[in-house]
Design a protein around this ligand. Structure first.
Ligand SMILES: [Zn+2]
Length: 327
């Protein structure tokens, strides 16, 4: 009996050693879980971050948190940058003061198509603090857009653990979106747009859309066949993607996807929120407690599954053509 036991222990040891290190095999599930989602969301939307306005100490704390996560995941730096930061200085229309802030960028190199890049992004800045008044003065920006950054971090970990992406994935937390898509415009300045195959931008993913549970909507649905590719990949999963239900709001041009779309990149924004009747949009009440962790988690999973064929180099969405006069 003892002998049998020791053989059993020995073989178990050998088995577990064989499974250590290297890439996860296909049977070993890589997951996106609610615990991690909750942690990212509550950290980024905490009062400590003071509303994450570009140029403040609060956003600096958020930047450090994102950098720390990118490092843990093992992402590389982008292009010729020597850290995850792409730092730059700009002026806003409202003020003459210069603001210095950083996009946070981490790269997961592709296996066979290194030069073909897919962006996964969200903005980590928000509105900051209300100048005067009593009580809560912090615009926490939980849905807008700590939820999206949570998605970027969860997807970075997910694809890094899988380790089988054929195309290079560039994970970006953009700054100063709320000041006029400043961070994404800056990122777009010096890129060779032809190398960017798609842009996956995440905004406000924490509430149930009008189309019901397990659904999301995509801005600029008809501007490329990106959305159709996602719909095809989601068939049979129980999760559905719909075109943006608010065409009047011109949302395609109101988030960071637009800065890349203007360069021809099929770059779209995923969202779940009923933006026409959301009581918390750009309000002090946009707090983590108002969001549904399951909705965020399911949506991140759907984005992973939906974009898989693009990341694997199987599907290439059509380019976006924008006639500047018709915006
Ligand atoms: Zn936003």
């Amino acid at each position: 009996m003892k002998k049998i036991l020791s053989i059993l222990v020995l073989s178990l040891l050998i088995f577990s050693c064989n499974n250590k290190g290297g890439k996860k095999d296909q049977n070993q599930k890589v997951t996106i879980d609610t615990t991690t989602v909750r942690k990212h969301l509550y950290t980024l939307a905490s009062d400590e971050m003071q509303g994450r306005k570009a140029g403040t100490e609060g956003i600096e704390k958020a930047a450090k948190y994102i950098e720390g996560e990118f490092k843990k995941i093992g992402l590389k730096t982008y292009a010729d940058l020597d850290s995850y930061r792409q730092t730059f200085t700009f002026k806003t229309r409202r003020s003459e003061d210069s603001i210095t802030s950083s996009n946070i960028i981490g790269v997961l190199e592709g296996k066979s198509k290194k030069d073909e890049m897919v962006i996964v992004s969200a903005h980590y800045d928000h509105l900051g603090m209300k100048k005067e008044g009593e009580g809560d003065l912090i615009f926490n920006g939980a849905n807008d857009d700590a939820s999206g950054v949570t998605g970027v971090l969860a997807l970075a970990k997910y694809f890094a653990e899988r380790g089988d992406n054929e195309r290079t994935i560039v994970f970006i937390a953009f700054t100063a979106e709320e000041m006029g898509l400043v961070g994404s415009r800056h990122f777009g300045k010096d890129i060779d747009a032809s190398k960017f195959i798609a842009g996956i931008n995440l905004e406000m993913m924490g509430k149930e859309p009008a189309t019901g549970p397990k659904t999301a909507w995509l801005t600029g649905f008809d501007r490329s066949d990106f959305g159709k590719i996602i719909q095809k990949n989601l068939e049979g999963t129980g999760y559905k993607l719909y075109p943006d239900p608010y065409p009047k709001f011109n949302l395609f041009f109101r988030s960071d996807n637009a800065s890349l779309a203007r360069l021809g990149v099929p770059s779209h924004t995923f969202s779940t929120t009923q933006i026409d009747k959301d009581p918390d949009y750009h309000q002090l009440s946009d707090e983590a407690e108002t969001l549904d962790i399951d909705i965020i988690t399911e949506t991140i999973k759907a984005v992973a599954k939906g974009t898989e064929s693009i990341i694997m180099g199987v599907d290439t969405p059509t380019r976006v053509v924008i006639e500047e006069t018709k915006q």
